[in-house]
Design a protein around this ligand. Structure first.
Ligand code: ING
Ligand code: ZN
Length: 319
């Protein structure tokens, strides 16, 4: 295991193939799934959210759960996760009692590719480019791209783990939400505030790699902070540990990995009170890690998170 950089880009869905696959699944389950274009990337590609629920055309008063994928360009396995989940939940509805119950009692939103420009840049030249950021130019430099996961408007740039240098892989951008894709996703989350209340209660942002389940805050090593009480922390840890027991990942506060500011988890929790986790998918770093595991692991490693996703959905009414 480890050192996967020789796997071929064609072993993963390209952005175009992913779009076609998602469209085809949505068409297969018209009573259960609906596509919404929530905005466009810097280069103009569609960013879509698939709503998955019974009565899919109606905005019901049910807890909403959000899964986001592909924020970092080279983390292609996370986009495969979205395709798996759509297929599995489509097939499972009416067959599997837990999936059926969750899609009756929750409204699930899946964003399969937060960063389509980055995905295309990383994958479509024929060999991997090891790209992380989006593909937005920066003024006064030829250096391209903002790290979408350092660009969120909660203690942005406060504390470390992001860079002010546009050449850095963790460039935080010129201002919070300066990255087009951050703004698109943030606007979508804000649009779920109905009658003063945020309808989304739980969220997973899928990344790779390291086999971890992370929760806020990332900007501080402290496990309580303004807006994060002991009870909040315990709830994150309890559900995080339960999910980790199902997929074998390691559960921890995200700053136990390293300090980050401007991450999506901190914004989701700090601004919206959404129980927001990061899943770092396969492989574990014990084997040297890597962003490009062979396509042969896709089925196993996406199915591996089925139970954890259901656990989060089942807990989304008391979070
Ligand atoms: N890892 C995440 C990153 O953005 C993370 C880890 C997520 C830290 C959320 C803090 C909060 O650095 C990868 N692989 O991108
Ligand atoms: Zn990532």
């Amino acid at each position: 295991e480890g050192d996967f950089t020789t796997s071929s880009p064609s072993q993963y869905h390209s952005y175009a193939q992913m779009t076609a696959a998602v469209d085809s699944i949505v068409q297969q389950y018209p009573n259960l799934m609906r596509k919404r274009v929530i905005g466009r990337s810097h280069q103009g590609r569609e960013i879509v959210a698939i709503k998955v629920s019974n009565n899919v055309g109606v905005d019901e008063n049910k807890p909403e759960v959000l899964f986001t994928h592909g924020m970092h360009a080279r983390e292609h396995l996370t986009v495969e996760q979205a395709i798996y989940t759509l297929r599995e939940f489509g097939q499972g509805y009416g067959q599997d009692s837990r999936i059926t119950r969750m899609l009756n009692e929750r409204e699930l939103w899946i964003v399969p590719s937060v960063n389509p420009d980055g995905k295309v840049y990383d994958q479509d030249s024929g060999s991997w480019r090891n790209w992380r950021k989006n593909r937005q130019p920066n003024s006064g430099t030829t250096a391209v791209g903002t790290d979408i996961n350092r660009n969120w408007n909660y203690r942005w740039g406060c504390c470390g783990g992001s860079s002010g240098n546009p050449g850095s892989a963790t460039y935080r951008g010129s201002a919070p939400e300066s990255a087009t894709e951050t703004k698109v996703l943030a606007d979508f989350v804000r649009s779920r505030v109905v009658g003063g209340e945020q309808q989304i209660t739980a969220h997973i942002d899928f990344h790779s790699y390291s086999e971890l389940i992370l929760w806020p805050f990332g900007y501080t090593y402290n496990d309580t902070a303004p807006g994060l009480t002991r009870d909040d922390r315990d709830a994150f840890a309890t559900v995080g540990t339960r999910m980790a027991a199902s997929n074998g990942y390691r559960p921890q506060q995200s700053s136990d990995l390293y300090i980050t500011d401007g991450s999506i988890n901190d914004w989701m929790w700090g601004v919206h009170g959404i129980f927001s986790y990061t899943f770092e998918m396969y492989p574990g770093s014990a084997y040297g890690g890597g962003f490009y595991p062979p396509g042969s692991v896709i089925n196993r490693e996406t199915a591996r998170n089925r139970e954890a996703m259901l656990i989060l959905m089942e807990n989304a009414d008391c979070m």
